[in-house]
Design a protein around this ligand. Sequence first.
Ligand SMILES: Cc1cc2nc3c(=O)[nH]c(=O)nc-3n(C[C@H](O)[C@H](O)[C@H](O)COP(=O)(O)OP(=O)(O)OC[C@H]3O[C@@H](n4cnc5c(N)ncnc54)[C@H](O)[C@@H]3O)c2cc1C
Length: 313
Amino acid sequence: MADKFLIIGGGIAGLMTGIALQQAGFSVEIFEQAVEVKRVGAGITVAPNGMAALEKLGLAEQVKAMGNVSSKGIAIVDEAGKPITKLADEKLAFPIYAIHRADLQAILLGSLEVGTLKLGRKCSNLTQDDSGIVLKMEDGSEISGDYAIVADGIHSVARDSIFGKQPLRYAGYTCWRGIAKTWPKDADQKLFTETWGTKGRIGIVPLANQETYWFAVAAASENSIVHQTYELSHLVRRFESYHKPIQEVLEATNPDKIISGDIFDLEPMKNFAKGRVVLIGDAAHAMTPNLGQGGSQAMEDAIILRNWLKKKR
Ligand SMILES: Cc1cc2nc3c(=O)[nH]c(=O)nc-3n(C[C@H](O)[C@H](O)[C@H](O)COP(=O)(O)OP(=O)(O)OC[C@H]3O[C@@H](n4cnc5c(N)ncnc54)[C@H](O)[C@@H]3O)c2cc1C
């Protein structure tokens, strides 16, 4: 009988790997704790390495069609909007795309065989021996397989079951993200910007369909109550001295849909594999979002793992 690969976590890493392994003819099931697929999340930029991975699975065209391309590059500017530096797209193999996370998720879900993703299945422990692996689920059930692919994110329970508790590092700043229902007036939709100033950093990333993804970052102590209770009006005031169209974008955001949280990364691990278990995505190498690489490296993991498994078959 074919080896059975059980993937824990249905985020970018888990879904991409599920697709990659299915396309290569492996038997895969994905266990995701969320009970339903909802249109949540903000935007995400997909870097050239992520686009290359998507292309290998035949998905890059869908991301291009549903996303927006930074054909004018990514500009780092100061509070007044004056250029500090620019990431030049012409030097990259692919330009950087931006897409609503829900649209990326829909593309990935649509590429999996029906029934692969099991919702409402939270893994609370993972064990292995010479004959296989066992997922212990929160509802008390157990699921056996041949190999486990751990993709349950930075706080991975499955990883810690096998590798021991892994330390996270607080990055020293907190972050807010949102989607504005507008494209800023008089701004170039093909230029993504990040503004650096004394009140913090703020990124403006036009998406498709007249929406704009923004993120704001401020230095803060971990779990700062002041910042946890921030509302949109606080952000509008905080960045009021920053250049146009930052105010316009913030004000066009539904205040109830803002996502916020302190930023952590994972202390680098020496190994991503042990016995029948392999870590991918944020469970393996969660990083700070400054380079917009976490999701793209999760996509790369899927291709690298698939290629390695194909060679070993
Ligand atoms: C503010 C911010 C901005 C970012 N911007 C970008 C960007 O622009 N570009 C980019 O490439 N990256 C970006 N990243 C990083 C990117 O979001 C992550 O690297 C990426 O989402 C990792 O995907 P993943 O599938 O490994 O983990 P996750 O996205 O965390 O997915 C893990 C999945 O596992 C599920 N899960 C968790 N625990 C269990 C369990 N016990 N049992 C079953 N299921 C479980 C979760 O519900 C989730 O669906 C950003 C990150 C942050 C914080």
